[in-house]
Write a protein that binds this ligand. Structure first.
Ligand SMILES: [Zn+2]
Length: 273
């Protein structure tokens, strides 16, 4: 089955029936069943929720493998027996492509609704659009759609060596591909060349688009590229990047986990050698 067969970002039905995959979040962390036997994204009956939780706003997300999906922000004080908090990063990389998409959508739905309660033009309180994923201002009509922020992520290679770098934010010993936000007016290709040069002083050529991945921290869309070395010596910017080196394909440092686009870029390059 393809991704399109498994996922439908459809409008909310009149009423929820059958089992529902509930994406429960508390303070940015995902709540999952304590019992790992239930799986990472188990479905529960539509009436499963605590009455207090049912009173909260629920964000209908669509269907995953024919099951309805909803995101709910769980209040701080509400205890949910049998559920434990998990880091969403750890969960995301264990999911398949369709589950990943729906979890990413759930996290972004909650942060978007929380951050768009007022009109950014006139300051009036907004309300959900009747049949679109948008928040509408009743005073001036301005419509706010979920924000998606494009970023580029690129693996720069030079024969059997790859340029990997460490950000000060990374866990000790972890290296990854270079990455950065796109600027207004830029093409993705321009952003790749600019980011690589800004962060490491290296020039690149022969860019090849690899693929993309939603990254809900908080609303990035990662556009992945392969790029070849075209000149320059490594000079790290010491701002975003604290260390960068050329690594041999057969002696790479610790890199991001499987399921991340950074890892996929690295694996596809190694497979091509
Ligand atoms: Zn307005």
């Amino acid at each position: 089955m393809t991704l399109f067969d498994r996922i439908a970002f459809s409008a909310a039905p009149e009423r929820l029936d059958g089992d529902v995959v509930w994406f429960l979040f508390r303070d940015g962390r995902l709540l999952l069943p304590e019992d790992p036997g239930q799986g990472l994204l188990p479905a529960f009956p539509a009436r499963f929720l605590d009455p207090e939780l049912e009173a909260q706003e629920q964000h209908y997300l669509g269907r995953l493998d024919e099951q309805h999906c909803c995101a709910v922000a769980v209040p701080e004080h509400l205890e949910l027996p049998g559920m434990v908090e998990e880091d969403m990063r750890r969960v995301l990389v264990q999911l398949d492509e369709a589950q990943y998409a729906m979890l990413s959508r759930a996290a972004q739905a909650l942060s978007w609704r929380r951050n768009h309660r007022y009109c950014s033009c006139c300051g009036e309180q907004t309300r959900p659009h009747d049949n679109d994923w948008a928040m509408v201002c009743p005073a001036c009509g301005y419509t706010q759609y979920p924000r998606i922020t494009p970023c580029v992520i690129m693996l720069v290679t030079r024969g059997d060596k790859a340029l990997l770098a460490r950000s000060a934010r990374f866990p000790e010993g972890l290296f990854s591909c270079l990455a950065g936000f796109m600027e207004a007016g830029e093409s993705a290709e321009h952003a790749v060349a600019r980011e690589v040069h800004e962060e490491t002083g290296i020039r690149v050529r022969n860019l090849r688009y690899f693929g993309s991945q939603s990254w809900p921290f908080p609303h990035s869309l990662m556009l992945g590229f392969h790029a070849e070395y075209d000149g320059g010596e490594i000079v790290v910017d010491d701002d975003e990047i604290v260390e960068a080196h050329w690594f041999d394909a057969d002696s790479l440092p610790r890199v991001p986990p499987r399921g991340s686009i950074a890892r996929s870029l690295i694996e596809s390059w190694r497979a091509s050698l």
